[in-house]
Ligand binder design. Structure first.
Ligand code: ADP
Ligand code: MG
Length: 616
């Protein structure tokens, strides 16, 4: 998952030691300016640049700064390891020489994974499992869509889940706990000191308990006095298990907090943790199983997983037992509030009463005077939705046949993306738009993988649960493809959203995931222009001429170049050459991660409590 930003550099070796680095350089001839890059064990996210000059080795540590930039101590900041190396290949700027010749990693030698790489991965998983009680696909999607946010959260709170963390206890109480039971050297615990946010390490050595203060410097890093600095307390602990770093002994056995059933003991899935509604941020950040600490430092913004619509209401096995396609009318309460309307009728707000909980729903109500064809269309829409289950797609709860035919869906209270963005132009950051469009690409990737074509992807059909959570909706034109087909052929052209359609849709009535990719590009354009209308005042047929002549829409003002490049690629004329959603999602993901890590500031509409831009 979270790839190292240096992973693709041919002279990057990963987590190799200093002497191994020197061996590679020797093997490659020791010419002046020969260099390689390796992972730094101490500062997470940092590197070491190993360089030859005058038959001698020079090792420069490259630190990752709080703002996400990289620099050689005392040197200029650079936005990534590649940029940094490029810079020093032109200007020595304090190094013994410029970087002249990359010492290439042999083809049969993979980048060596670091100790923390797998740990970080497991931590993320464990954290998501504990905090939101998610498993499987739901967990994967949570991690993919929220990795930067989760990393920040974990960086500041992960130690709370560790068995060795005892919360706010007195020094004497720490001693008492360490002295109880066996007293091997290296038995340890970490406790929070009276001043919140500062920690102490208590260790057993020679049957005596010693206390060390864990230093917390201005840049937010943790260390032992004079020791190596780390972004998180748990990384420091992991490191101290390997190296004493000035302590009397390395850390060995954790003195387990009696009040904490933690990562070591997986939680039994005993019913789902209740979640807050989509649009109200949780009063308190959801906690893991550790009871020792209540409340996270500051409140944070709601993640998709905090809302009630992240998972299907039927993900609860008991609710699933009672699931039926047709819902009972007396379990459905319909509000007078209209959420939207169309030629089929209108969409109303409502509440569906399930056995354990009541859920907010949106109800598509078919006007009774509609002819049978419209009813059939709605049944087809329901049939498609019935087969889909993804956090970034509006789920159908069921159908209800009563005074009217009704399609009952999850509620996405903040409404269509285009309206939301045009009404909140100055409050929504570009990073926020990227995050939402990445979520849309995740939902579309899911459709592509499952052989569904949407055929009406547009900003008006992307609904928001809240400012940071988008779902794809409106499956009125969607089709499930046959096992052997990769496109759907429409027999007749209907009322089509021509401005969103790829050339092959218009010319040959051929619809595929690739034509959805084209529509995704238009949707992106709408989003980055904050709800602008594509192709201005042009009429549908004019647009066709415009596209055929090789023209494309301009980059919306303020839209990042990388995002415009993705859009332009979505508008590749030939569908064979157009990227698929797997590719588009990858690109959206990388860009989303890269900017979320770089910008510690949150959108100005919210608090910026998740202030640690820590690489873990
Ligand atoms: P149409 O086929 O007419 O475009 P849609 O499914 O797009 O129908 O719904 C029309 C409008 O109803 C949407 O633009 C939106 O405002 C509202 N709406 C639809 N589904 C939901 C939902 N699940 N949650 C909230 N609002 C919804
Ligand atoms: Mg619609």
């Amino acid at each position: 998952m979270m790839n190292d930003p240096a992973a693709d550099l041919p002279f990057f070796y990963g987590s190799i030691s200093r002497s191994e680095a020197e061996d590679y350089l020797k093997l490659a001839g020791m010419s002046d300016g020969l260099f390689l890059l390796r992972q730094c064990l101490r500062s997470l996210g940092g590197y070491v640049l190993s360089l030859v000059w005058n038959l001698q080795f020079h090792h420069y540590s490259v630190e990752k700064q709080m703002n996400g930039t990289y620099c050689v101590s005392g040197g200029k900041p650079h936005c990534g390891p590649a940029e940094l190396c490029e810079y020093y290949s032109k200007d020595a700027d304090g190094l013994v020489t410029t970087l002249r010749k990359p010492c290439l990693r042999p083809a049969d030698t993979p980048v060596r994974a670091g100790v923390f790489d797998s740990l970080r991965d497991n931590m993320l998983r464990e954290y998501v499992r504990q905090t939101w009680n998610l498993e499987g696909e739901a967990m994967e999607q949570a991690i993919i869509s929220q990795a930067p946010q989760l990393e920040k959260l974990i960086a500041t709170t992960a130690h709370e889940k560790m068995p060795w963390f005892h919360g706010k206890i007195e020094r004497q109480e720490g001693e008492r706990r360490l002295y109880s039971g066996a007293q091997p050297d290296g038995k340890f615990l970490v406790r929070e000191r009276k001043e919140s946010g500062t920690f102490a390490l208590s260790i057993m050595y020679g049957k005596t308990v010693y206390h060390y203060q864990i230093l917390h410097d201005k840049s937010g890093k943790y260390s032992m006095p004079e020791g190596t600095k780390f972004d998180t307390v748990w990384q420091l602990v992991e490191y101290l298990k390997m190296k004493p770093d000035g302590l009397l002994t390395v850390l060995r056995e954790a003195c387990v907090n009696p009040n904490c059933n933690t990562a070591a003991t997986p939680v039994v899935p005993s019913g789902r943790r209740p979640r807050t509604n989509g649009y109200t941020p949780p009063p308190e950040a959801p906690l893991g199983a550790c009871k020792a600490l209540e409340g996270l430092p500051g409140d944070r913004r709601a993640l998709p997983m905090d809302t009630s619509v992240y998972e299907s209401p039927y993900s609860d096995p008991e609710a699933l037992k009672e699931k039926k396609l047709f819902l009972k009318r007396d379990q459905l309460m319909i509000d007078e509030v209209e959420l939207g309307s169309g030629n089929f009728g209108c969409v109303k707000k409502g509440v569906y009463k399930m056995r354990k909980k009541h859920i907010d729903v949106a109800i598509k109500v078919l006007k009774s005077e509609n002819e049978k064809a419209v009813k059939d269309e709605m049944m087809k829409e329901a049939e498609i939705m019935h087969q889909l289950d993804n956090p970034y797609i509006v789920r159908m709860i069921g159908l209800c046949e009563a005074e009217n035919l009704m399609l009952v869906m999850e509620m996405a209270a903040s409404g269509p993306l285009n309206k939301f963005l045009s009404s909140k132009k100055d409050q929504i950051s570009v990073e926020n738009v990227v995050e939402l469009m990445h979520q849309v690409s995740l939902g579309m990737r899911y459709l592509e993988e499952n052989n569904f074509v949407h055929r009406d992807l547009a900003a008006r059909n992307v609904l928001l649960v809240n400012q940071h959570y988008a779902k794809i909706s409106d499956f009125g034109l969607s089709k499930a493809l046959g096992a052997d087909d990769n496109y759907y052929k429409a027999r007749t052209a209907g009322k089509w959203p021509l401005k969103w359609y790829a050339p092959e849709c218009i010319n040959f009535h051929k619809f595929s995931s690739k034509s959805d990719v084209w529509s995704y590009g238009i949707t992106m354009w709408e989003a980055f222009s904050y709800g602008g209308k594509p192709y201005k005042k042009m009429k549908g047929p004019e647009v066709t001429g415009f596209i055929e002549s090789g023209k494309r829409m301009d980059c919306p003002a303020g839209c990042p170049d990388v995002m415009y490049t993705v859009m332009m690629d979505c508008w590749t004329y030939k569908h064979e050459d157009r990227p698929d959603f797997a590719k588009v999602e990858d690109r959206m993901r990388s860009y989303h991660y890269s900017i979320s890590k770089k910008t510690p500031k949150e959108d100005n509409t919210e608090d910026a409590s998740a202030n640690a831009t820590v690489a873990i």
